[in-house]
Design a protein around this ligand. Structure first.
Ligand code: GLV
Ligand code: GLV
Length: 324
C-alpha cells in the first residue's frame, strides 16, 4: 500500500499537483481555507506515514502519540517552526521539512512596504483623505521619519534580514547594525552590517526590524527593557513572530510616545481580536500575517513542502530539512 499522508489545509495548486502526480502517496486533504479543528486533526493523523501542515497546526506530543509509530515525516509549509515541538519530533525519529529561501524575497519586500507605511504614516494618511481630515496642505501635517541617513537595526540576522537590508540600501541608509546570539560574519559582510549588543541595537536604531525565529531565547525579547532604550523617533517592525514581542509593553511604548511607531505583520494571538487596544493607536500598523503572501511565493512554498514530504517518505535527503 502507498504511504498514507494527511494534508491539513487546502494548499496552493503547485504543491497539490506534485502530490497528485507523484503516484507515491495516498493523501487526504482538509479541503478548506480555515484550519482543521483539533479533534478532526487528531482523528485524521492516526496511522499516517506523513503529515503536511501549515503554521496554525500545533504539532506536539499529544498529536504525535495519536499519529503513532508509522509517522516518519512532518512537512510544514512555513519557514517558521515554533508551532512544532522539535524535541518530541526528534525523540520519535520523525524528520522535518520546512520552506526557507523560497519566501525570502516576498517577506523582505513586504517588510519594506510595512516599514515605509509605518514611517511615512500611509494608513493614517489615506484615512484622513477619505474622512475629511484633508482640510488643506499643511507644513507639518502627517510628517514622518526618513530612511535617508538613518541607522537600521536588525534583530536576528539571517537570509531575510540580509534581503531587507539589500532593499533598504538604495534608500540611502547610513548604517546597518545587527545583533544575534553570535556574529554572522558572512551574512553581515554582504550588507556591511556591524555586530552590536542588544542594548546598542536598541539605542542606535532609527528603524528596528525583527527577523529572528521565535524560540525560548527570543520569546518576549522585545519588551519594556528594549523599548525604553530606543530613540523617540524609532520605528519598530516585526515580520517574524508575535511571540518575540511583549505587546503590553509595546502598547505602552507607542501610546506614551516612547517610540514613534510600529508595523506588525505578526501578533499574539492570531488573529488579533478586533477589540485589541493596539488597533486604537494611529502609530501602529497591523497586517494579518501576509509577509509571504505573493502568488509566486505561496505556490513555491507548497511545492517545496510537497517535495520535502515525498523525499522524506522515500527515505532520501529532503530539499529543505530542518536539523533537529
Ligand atoms: C510564515 O510566517 C512562515 O513561517 O512561513
Ligand atoms: C511639494 O509638493 C512641493 O512642491 O514642495
Amino acid at each position: 500500500a502507498l504511504p498514507k499522508v494527511y494534508v491539513t489545509r487546502r494548499i496552493p495548486p503547485d504543491g497539490l499537483d506534485i502530490l497528485r502526480k507523484s503516484g507515491q502517496v495516498q493523501f487526504e486533504l482538509w479541503d478548506s481555507d480555515d484550519p482543521v479543528p483539533r479533534v478532526e486533526l487528531l482523528n485524521k493523523v492516526k496511522g499516517c506515514d506523513g503529515i503536511l501542515c501549515v503554521l496554525t497546526e500545533k504539532i506536539d506530543a499529544q498529536l504525535l502519540d495519536v499519529a503513532g509509530p508509522n509517522l516518519k515525516v512532518l512537512s510544514t509549509m512555513s519557514v517558521g517552526y515554533d508551532h512544532l515541538s522539535l524535541e518530541e519530533l526528534k525523540k520519535r525519529g520523525i524528520r522535518v521539512g520546512y520552506t526557507p529561501e523560497v519566501l525570502t524575497d516576498a517577506v523582505a519586500e513586504l517588510t519594506v512596504a510595512l516599514l515605509l507605511a509605518t514611517s511615512r504614516r500611509l494608513i493614517e494618511a489615506t484615512h484622513e483623505a477619505k474622512t475629511g481630515g484633508w482640510g488643506t496642505w499643511r507644513t507639518m501635517w502627517l510628517c514622518g521619519h526618513e530612511l535617508a541617513n538613518s541607522t537600521v537595526g536588525i534583530l536576528g540576522l539571517g537570509r531575510i534580514g540580509v534581503a531587507i537590508a539589500e532593499r533598504l540600501k538604495p534608500f540611502k541608509v547610513k548604517k546597518f547594525i545587527y545583533t544575534d546570539v553570535e556574529p554572522r560574519t558572512e551574512l553581515a559582510n554582504m550588507i556591511n552590517a556591524e555586530y552590536v549588543s542588544l542594548d546598542e541595537l536598541a539605542k542606535q536604531s532609527d528603524f528596528l526590524a525583527i527577523c529572528c525565529a521565535l524560540t525560548p531565547e527570543t520569546h518576549g525579547i522585545c519588551n519594556w527593557n528594549l523599548f525604553s532604550k530606543m530613540k523617540k523617533n524609532a520605528i519598530f517592525i516585526n515580520t517574524s513572530r508575535g511571540g518575540v514581542v511583549n505587546q503590553e509593553d509595546l502598547y505602552e511604548a507607542l501610546s506614551t510616545g516612547l517610540i514613534a511607531g510600529a508595523g506588525l505583520d505578526v501578533t499574539t494571538p492570531e488573529p488579533l481580536p478586533t477589540h485589541h487596544p493596539l488597533y486604537t493607536l494611529k502609530n501602529c500598523v497591523i497586517l494579518p500575517h501576509i509577509a509571504s503572501a505573493s502568488y509566486t511565493t505561496r505556490n513555491a512554498m507548497s511545492a517545496l513542502a510537497a517535495n520535502n514530504l515525498l523525499a522524506g517518505l522515500r527515505g532520501e535527503a529532503m530539499p529543505k530539512e530542518l536539523k533537529l
